[in-house]
Ligand binder design. Structure first.
Ligand SMILES: [Zn+2]
Length: 263
């Protein structure tokens, strides 16, 4: 498909760095060992507060997600009762090229096993070592989708608490929700993984332990974080074919709704 127009990566970096001055954000770049690139990481809020991990740009051809995350912070939509670790664009070489994969051709979101199997995931795993998160949210887009949907992986015995509320809030704002009942709709996970997924209205809840078996070659970041650190690891997906501002609005509503439900 033809890549949609998007602002350049340098503009995204400059916008985040500008928040140091206006928002007191701590923004730095971490090295990607073995690759000629760095990842932006931003920290907000007092260290003693429970921390929420936010990320976007894992797939370089899903450009509204990083800009949605930037707008959430810029517009001060984050609940100040939490601290935040933010990965504004996890796959900058993919963003620049407009590709799902990184410059080496790897899907970063299948590389979170064994300490990280891509330069990007290694940088994140290393930086997140010894951190614990109250929640983690990863923002994506889906070129096949016509509406918003989200994933909520669950620890054994846990009940879903977040994704249905996020979907309901997006819908209440008059924005479309993806119909997931059609099994031909590709959720991006291996077909066998369907067995451990429960489909609702714009929601996919997943038995995380079961699903991890289908990603034995390389975990997604959400599954990795759920094992290592985060009590809740949500993934939100916006429809690439919708207008840019709708996609930004969907992520803003979903993220703020989910964070409001953290206990
Ligand atoms: Zn994606």
């Amino acid at each position: 498909m033809i890549a949609a127009p998007k602002p350049p990566y340098d503009e995204l970096v400059a916008a985040w760095k500008a928040l140091r001055r206006t928002h007191g954000l701590r923004v730095r770049e971490v090295a990607c060992v073995g690759a000629p690139r760095t990842l932006l990481v931003a920290e907000a809020g007092a260290d003693h507060r429970p921390t929420i991990n936010l990320s976007a740009g894992m797939h370089g051809d899903e450009p509204a997600a990083p800009w949605a995350l930037l707008s959430i912070v810029t517009d001060r939509l984050l609940d100040e009762n939490y601290a935040y670790r933010i990965w504004p664009c996890i796959n900058p070489s993919g963003y620049v090229a407009g590709t799902r994969a990184n410059a080496e051709g790897h899907d970063v979101n299948r590389s979170f096993s064994r300490g990280g199997q891509t330069p990007e995931s290694r940088a994140i795993v290393t930086a997140n070592r010894d951190r614990r998160f109250a929640m983690s949210i990863d923002l994506h887009e889906d070129y096949e989708a016509a509406g918003f949907y989200g994933f909520e992986p669950l620890a054994p015995g846990a009940r879903p608490r977040f994704v249905a509320a996020a979907v309901a809030a997006v819908e209440a704002a008059g924005l479309p929700i993806q119909d997931l009942a059609d099994v031909s709709f590709d959720l991006g996970s291996p077909p066998e993984a369907r067995a451990c997924q429960t489909i609702g209205h714009g929601t996919v809840t997943v038995d995380a332990r079961e699903e991890s078996r289908y990603f034995s070659d390389g975990l997604t970041m959400s599954l990795f974080l759920l094992r290592q650190t985060a009590a809740v690891g949500l993934t939100f997906e916006t429809p690439l074919g919708r207008p840019w501002n709708d996609r930004i609005a969907m992520h803003r509503i979903a993220v703020t709704t989910a964070i409001a439900l953290v206990e």
